[in-house]
Design a protein around this ligand. Structure first.
Ligand code: HEC
Length: 462
C-alpha cells in the first residue's frame, strides 16, 4: 500500500439527451474547421497537419500512448493507407459509443477523412513554406491539490498472462492511502503513466472500508495482482480514464465524495509491449474549493454476476432492471465487460412507456474502456427502469476470443462480471440518501441472486 506525498467532465442543463442510433460512420456533429478552408489538392501545411493535430497528435507524439509518432508529413504519408483503414474501421481515434451525445467525442469527420485521402492520393504534397512539425498540446489546466506517487515500480511483463480465463488479464491493482482527516470533494483526477505505451486504462474507487488495503497487503508484490473490487464497490465506480484521453473531470457543481481516512484503490490495465515496462504511476486530484457549493456523484450498477458460455456459443445476457424510486440525473456511464463481449447497450424505459438507448457500443474493446460523459445530464424521473444488455460471442469468429479453439467460459464476479456503472446525482436530500443505499443494495442482491425477486416479476426491457 502506498502512503500520500502531499474524476470526468460532465454536464449542465437538464435536457433529456440520448445517444443517436448507430450509423456506419459513427455519426457526429463535430464542427469541421477544415471544411471552410478548401484548397485543391489539400497540402500538409494547408489542411492535413491541422486534421492530424486535432485528432491524433495528443496520443501519437513522443511520450504519448500511441505506438508511433504522427507529427510530420513523411510519417503520416508513409502510413497513409493504414491510417485510412483504421479510421474507416472505427478503430482510431479510440472511441467506443455510437451517437453524438457525448463530451470529448473523439472522431474524424467524413470531410476530414476525405481531405486526408485526397492528400495521400495526390502524393502527400507539403505546400507552401517549411513543412510543419506537430507538437501535442500542453495538458489542460489542473490544480494538483493531492498528489499520489507509487514509491516503487511494478514490472509489467513482456507478454500477457496466459491464465486469461482465470481473470488475470493484464491488470494490476494499487492501493494509495489518503489518510485524509476531513472528507474530500474531488472534482478531477489526472493519471500520469510511467510507461505510456504500455498503459491503457486506469479505473478508480475510493474506499473507507479497508477492503482495498486488504487486497494490497495480502500480496507481497508492489500493488496486487488482478484488479479486485474493494468490497462491494465496483472498480471504476469513481471514474475510468483511458490513457491519452485526458483527465477525468466532473462538470462544475459536482464532486466525488471521499469520506475521512479513505484509500484510493486503482486498477491499471496495461498492454504488454514485448519488453518489461515500469508501472509506477502518479495520480493527481483537484478538489472543490471549500467555499463552493457542489453536489455528490453516486454510483449505480447494472450488472451480471455470472456467465456460463459453452465453447462455440453466442449468448445475450441482461442485468436485472433497476426501477428508480427517486428522480436522478445521469452524468456518465462506465462499462466493464470481458473480451468475449461483442457489444453492449444500456436502455431506459420511462414511466410513460417510452424507451431510450442511453449507450450503444456496437464493437466493444475492453482495452479502450473509459467513463463516457453526457454533454448534458440525462434526467430520469422516478419510475424509470434501467437495464444493460451484453452480447457474448465465444465462437472462433470473434477476433478477440483469447482461445482458439474456444473453451467453455464459466466465471463469476461478486460485483459484476459484465456491468455498466451509472454515475448519477440526486436532486434532493432524500434522493441522495436513496442513491447511497440503492447502489450497494443492488450489488448485495447480485451476490445473493435475489435481485429479480426483490424487484418483482421485472419484465425485461427489450
Ligand atoms: C486517445 C489516444 C489516441 C488517439 C487520439 C489516436 N490514437 Fe492511434 N493509437 C492509440 C493507441 C494506444 C494505439 C495502440 C493500440 C493497441 O496497441 O491496441 C494506437 C494505434 C494506432 C494505429 C495502429 C493500429 C494497429 O492495429 O496496429 C494506427 C494506424 C493509429 N493508431 C492511427 C491513429 C490515427 C490516424 C489517429 C487520429 C485520427 C489516432 N490514431 C488517434 C492511441 C490513440
Amino acid at each position: 500500500m502506498i502512503s500520500p506525498g502531499t474524476m470526468l467532465g460532465i454536464l449542465s442543463g437538464l435536457l433529456v439527451v440520448i445517444a443517436d442510433p448507430p450509423t456506419a460512420d459513427h455519426g457526429f456533429t463535430v464542427v469541421d474547421a477544415s471544411a471552410t478552408r478548401a484548397s485543391d489538392p489539400p497540402t500538409w501545411n494547408g489542411e492535413v497537419a491541422d486534421i492530424i493535430e486535432r485528432r491524433c497528435v495528443t496520443c501519437h507524439a513522443s511520450g504519448g500512448v500511441g505506438p508511433f509518432e504522427l507529427v510530420d508529413a513523411a510519417g503520416v504519408r508513409n502510413r497513409g493507407r493504414f491510417l485510412l483503414e483504421v479510421i474507416d474501421g472505427g478503430r482510431m481515434p479510440p472511441w467506443l459509443p455510437a451517437g453524438s451525445a457525448w463530451m470529448d467525442h473523439r472522431t474524424v469527420t467524413p470531410v476530414e477523412r476525405a481531405k486526408l485521402a485526397a492528400w495521400l492520393e495526390g502524393g502527400g504534397p507539403v505546400g507552401d513554406g517549411p513543412p510543419r512539425t506537430l507538437v501535442p498540446p500542453g495538458p489542460p489546466s489542473f490544480r494538483s491539490d493531492v498528489v499520489l506517487d507509487m514509491p516503487d515500480a511494478y514490472v509489467i511483463p513482456e507478454e500477457s498472462d496466459p491464465a486469461w480465463h482465470a481473470g488475470e488479464i493484464d491488470v494490476h491493482g494499487v492501493t494509495f492511502s489518503l489518510g485524509n482527516a476531513t472528507p474530500l470533494r474531488v472534482r478531477a483526477i489526472r493519471h500520469r503513466p510511467a510507461s505510456p505505451q504500455a498503459m491503457r486504462v486506469a479505473a478508480f474507487a475510493f474506499d473507507d472500508t479497508g477492503a482495498g488495503r486488504y487486497l494490497d497487503e495480502r500480496d507481497s508484490r508492489v500493488g496486487f495482482l488482478m484488479g479486485g473490487d474493494p468490497g462491494i464497490k465496483p472498480m471504476g465506480a469513481d471514474g475510468v480514464i483511458l490513457a491519452g484521453s485526458g483527465d477525468f473531470r466532473l462538470p462544475p457543481g459536482f464532486h466525488v465524495p471521499v469520506p475521512v481516512e479513505s484509500d484510493l484503490v486503482t486498477q491499471f490495465q496495461y498492454r504488454p509491449t514485448g519488453m518489461p515496462e515500469r508501472l509506477q504511476e502518479r495520480i493527481e486530484m483537484e478538489l472543490v474549493p471549500a467555499a463552493e457549493a457542489s453536489r455528490p456523484i453516486r454510483w449505480l450498477p447494472l450488472a451480471v454476476g455470472r456467465i456460463d458460455l459453452a465453447a462455440g456459443a453466442t449468448q445475450r445476457v441482461s442485468s436485472d432492471p433497476i426501477e428508480l424510486e427517486h428522480p436522478l440525473e445521469l452524468l456518465g456511464i462506465s462499462p466493464r465487460a470481458i473480451e468475449l463481449c461483442r457489444s453492449l447497450r444500456v436502455v431506459v424505459e420511462f414511466p410513460d412507456g417510452r424507451f431510450r438507448t442511453l449507450v450503444d457500443i456496437p464493437d466493444w474493446d475492453h482495452h479502450q474502456r473509459e467513463t463516457m460523459r453526457f454533454r448534458d445530464p440525462v434526467v430520469l424521473p422516478a419510475g424509470s427502469r434501467l437495464q444493460a444488455t451484453f452480447e457474448l460471442d465465444n465462437t472462433p469468429e470473434n477476433p478477440r476470443n483469447p482461445d482458439d479453439p474456444p473453451r467453455r467460459v464459466n466465471r463469476g464476479r461478486r460485483t459484476g462480471l459484465l456491468s455498466a456503472t451509472l454515475h448519477v446525482a440526486a436532486r434532493s436530500v432524500e434522493g441522495d440518501r436513496y442513491l447511497r443505499a440503492v447502489g450497494p443494495a443492488s450489488i448485495r442482491d447480485l451476490r445473493r441472486g435475489e435481485q429479480r425477486r426483490r424487484l418483482g416479476p421485472g419484465v425485461p426491457i427489450p
